[in-house]
Design a protein around this ligand. Structure first.
Ligand SMILES: [Zn+2]
Length: 86
């Protein structure tokens, strides 16, 4: 069983579909951990959004677009934090 720290360290590789392709066992270990650990699920989800936002910025390269996606991301994180506190 992986620790949260290990999952966090491997999360970007896990999201980058190709990089863990030759390590199916590790991929499943991460998947298993995510099934059982809500903290890491949230972490991976946010990381995914951040990567998508990053990709969007490079693609469009417009400051307005970048600002818009960052605002969306911030709103999303704020929403999650608030629902967690309830
Ligand atoms: Zn965890």
């Amino acid at each position: 069983m992986l620790s949260c720290k290990q999952v966090a360290a491997l999360a970007s590789d896990y999201l980058d579909r190709n990089s863990l392709d030759n390590n199916t066992q590790l991929k499943w270990q991460i998947r298993l951990h995510l099934l059982m650990c809500a903290n890491c699920r949230r972490f991976v989800r946010h990381l995914k959004i951040t990567q998508q936002v990053g990709a969007g910025i490079t693609k469009h390269a417009s400051p307005q677009d970048a600002e818009m996606v960052w605002k969306k991301l911030q709103a999303h994180i704020k929403e999650e934090t608030q629902s967690k506190q309830k």
